[in-house]
Design a protein around this ligand. Structure first.
Ligand code: C2E
Ligand code: CA
Ligand code: CA
Ligand code: CA
Length: 279
């Protein structure tokens, strides 16, 4: 028992040391990531269920650290949120995504929407709406082509503040989506007060959709709630044709996921859009 304890202890400190060193490396690395051009966006296609039309993309951030290699946004976004660097990262994402959208429009490709993830800190300490307005003017992208994805926790962070900013964005014509819907803590009354265009059904409910009656009941409830409130629906994490078919059958409008398309570099997304013109 003593032996195991000692091993356990040693293992624990090693883990802690590595974890802490890595965290510091990431935190320091993030500060230079933009200038050193280590960031990129990938684009995951979104399709209508049914006629299977390409309607949009979600922009997802990627970071290649010079020594550590690719780092998941699930790891570095929380760090950036904690040290406030998310505001610069968020600006970079908005800027890059809108320029990409403008580029596609200039090539007369089919019009698509682009979803962009917004963090609480961007809503908290930043004139997000001014920034978005300016970027739309600069790029000539119509506001409706932009969809900002917010989570329930983002909206609950400072509800009054969030509500005011969301109203401004809505007036600009920008679409708002509630991300990871069903996993947060917001009361349903928020759905009425926040000016949302659609709900994104979280992938945790989609994963076992065909096996789990409860997940199916929850997804069904979300779809009918959305319909009754006049909101659109998109399911994320769709990995099989069976899931897509079930979601379509249940009345979900759109989907994204590995079955339909992985997040891809801008060049691949452009090819996908060009192919969509032909058919
Ligand atoms: P999210 O907004 O919920 O994004 C969906 C995540 O699911 C993405 O992970 C995507 O690559 C992944 N995914 C897509 N299809 C499937 C599928 O069929 N199966 C499975 N298992 N996963 C799928 P990713 O790219 O690693 O991003 C993780 C999270 O990091 C995002 O979750 C989002 O919360 C955050 N994030 C990513 N980019 C940004 C950004 O530009 N700004 C902010 N604030 N957050 C971002
Ligand atoms: Ca998202
Ligand atoms: Ca999501
Ligand atoms: Ca998620």
């Amino acid at each position: 028992a003593k032996e195991a304890g000692r091993n356990g202890y040693r293992f624990f400190t090693a883990e802690m040391h590595n974890g802490y060193t890595r965290m510091l490396a990431l935190e320091n690395g993030l500060r230079q990531a933009i200038d050193r051009q280590q960031l990129s966006l990938v684009y995951q296609p979104q399709y209508s269920l049914g006629e299977h039309r390409l309607l949009g993309f979600e922009a997802l951030l990627r970071w290649r650290h010079p020594e550590l290699g690719p780092v998941s946004p699930a790891e570095f976004i929380p760090i950036a949120e904690k040290n406030g660097f998310i505001v610069s990262l968020g600006d970079w994402v908005l800027d890059t995504a809108l320029r990409q959208l403008a580029d596609w429009r200039a090539q007369a490709l089919p019009p698509v929407t682009l979803g962009i993830n917004i963090s609480a800190a961007q809503l908290r300490q930043h004139p997000l709406c001014d920034r978005v307005r300016l970027l739309l003017q600069e790029t000539g992208v119509p506001a409706e082509a932009l969809e900002l994805e917010l989570t329930e926790s983002v909206m609950l962070d400072h509800p009054q503040r969030a509500l005011a900013i969301m109203d401004q964005l809505h007036e600009l014509g920008v679409k708002l989506a509630l991300d990871d819907f069903g996993t947060g803590y917001s009361s349903l009354s928020y759905l009425k007060r926040f000016r949302l265009a659609r709900l994104k059904i979280d992938q945790s409910f989609v994963r076992d959709l065909l096996l789990d009656d409860e997940d199916r009941a929850i997804v069904g409830a979300i779809i009918s709630l959305a319909r009754n409130l006049g909101l659109g629906t998109i399911a994320e994490g769709v990995e099989s044709p069976e899931q897509a078919q079930m979601l379509h059958h249940m009345g979900c409008e759109q989907a994204q996921g590995y079955h339909l398309g992985r997040p891809m570099a801008a060049e691949q997304a452009t090819l996908l859009l060009q192919a969509a013109v032909v058919c």
